[in-house]
Ligand binder design. Structure first.
Ligand code: ASN
Length: 360
């Protein structure tokens, strides 16, 4: 198939018992999980045909699995917003009567993709589980096999009534299942490479799968679909003590800019020098949506906890509460595609898909 964005992907067939009660969709997008080592020692993505040789005997599977793969698997550090639309379209078009979906993805930007999918997909009525690995499938001491089968187990998990237990966009990594739009890559080399610092894991995978049902969102209604696109006219800026007016202004006055994420200090603090506040005020006045997140690993941005923060929010910037940077950027992109600036500012503080906690 060709997605609306022009990416081509193929369904490689179905494996597992033909009379299986449940069928999962496995969508391969690239990432280390499917990589092979080049002559110079660097890892490069390989096509699904070659990756398939490393899959455990598919006849052992308890469920049927339909395998689909992009024809150009990528290192996820090369992903662009258009590929998020391609993945969302592929999930919607191919999910059909599959009871769950597993997306194989590189770890570098998996938290961005999981967040983007959470905002792009509506009516999520079954598990959409992203996973990847730190070492390629088939390599000695790889985490790939375990992550793949853990993701599959969560995608296939049903309760006594046959309903999916975790009908959300999630990330399965190591022994954790995390809400996708709360997840972050926290280690470049540990097998426990992902966390959701402001929300406990939705589930743990040990000898058995232990789901914290009270954290899981109810299934969406109306059928799985994609709503809207993503506005790519966005920028991000991390505050640091050497930031100067020239750099700040260059970012905020970029032609066509519609939104910017400012990674501020602590609870949403920044310098109170007039050039800084003036530049932010001018950006808001020109229609740019300014969203403030924190550089801290966890905790929330609260407008007005400190005088330094209060001045920043008087410029019209929006406090991002405990949004991760990945969720902040993709939420901003999704909202800007659908709404005018004032409505975007309002909706940024509204919990849409479980991405923010209410401030207490
Ligand atoms: N660079 C790889 C990727 O994100 C890293 C990985 O998957 N472990 O595609």
């Amino acid at each position: 198939m060709t997605t609306s964005g022009g990416a081509s992907l193929h369904v490689h067939g179905t494996v597992g018992p033909p009379d299986a009660e449940q069928r999962l969709l496995l969508l391969y997008t690239g990432g280390t999980i499917g990589m092979t080592t080049r002559a110079d020692g660097a890892l490069v993505p390989q096509d699904f045909g070659r990756l398939a040789a490393h899959l455990r005997d598919p006849d052992e599977l308890p469920v049927g699995v339909t395998i689909a793969a992009f024809d150009d698997p990528i290192d996820s550090s090369a992903i662009r917003p258009g590929r998020w639309l391609d993945i969302a379209d592929a999930v919607v078009e191919l999910a059909g009567d599959h009871t769950g979906v597993v997306v194989l993805h590189g770890t570098d930007t998996m938290a961005y993709s999981a967040s983007a999918l959470a905002f792009l997909l509506e009516g999520v009525d079954r598990p959409v589980v992203l996973t990847g690995s730190q070492r390629p499938l088939g390599e000695r001491r790889s985490d790939a096999d375990r992550n793949l089968y853990t993701a599959g187990a969560f995608a296939a998990l049903r309760d006594g009534t046959g309903a999916p237990v975790v009908p959300e966009v999630t990330v399965a990594f190591g022994d954790l299942l995390l809400r996708g739009c709360r997840s972050r890559k926290v280690s470049a080399d540990r097998f426990s490479g992902f966390a959701s610092p402001d929300l406990p894991p939705l589930a743990h995978a040990g000898v058995s799968l232990e789901v914290t049902a009270s954290l899981v969102r109810p299934p969406g209604a109306g059928g799985l679909r994609r709503t809207g696109g993503l506005c790519a006219d966005v920028a991000a800026l991390k505050l640091h003590p050497a930031l100067d007016e020239h750099t700040l202004t260059a970012v905020l006055t970029r032609p066509g800019l519609r939104g910017v994420v400012i990674e501020a200090y602590g609870a949403g603090n920044g310098p109170s020098e007039p050039w800084f506040l003036r530049a932010l005020e001018a950006a808001t006045a020109s229609g740019v949506v300014v969203l403030v997140t924190t550089q801290c690993d966890s905790g929330a941005v609260r407008a007005g906890q400190y005088a330094t923060g209060a001045a920043l929010f008087e410029t019209g910037a929006v406090a991002g509460a405990d949004l991760t940077f990945e969720a902040a950027l993709t939420k901003l992109m999704a909202l800007l595609d659908r709404h005018p600036a004032d409505e975007v500012r309002r909706l940024l503080s509204v919990d849409l898909v479980g991405e923010l906690s209410p401030l207490v």
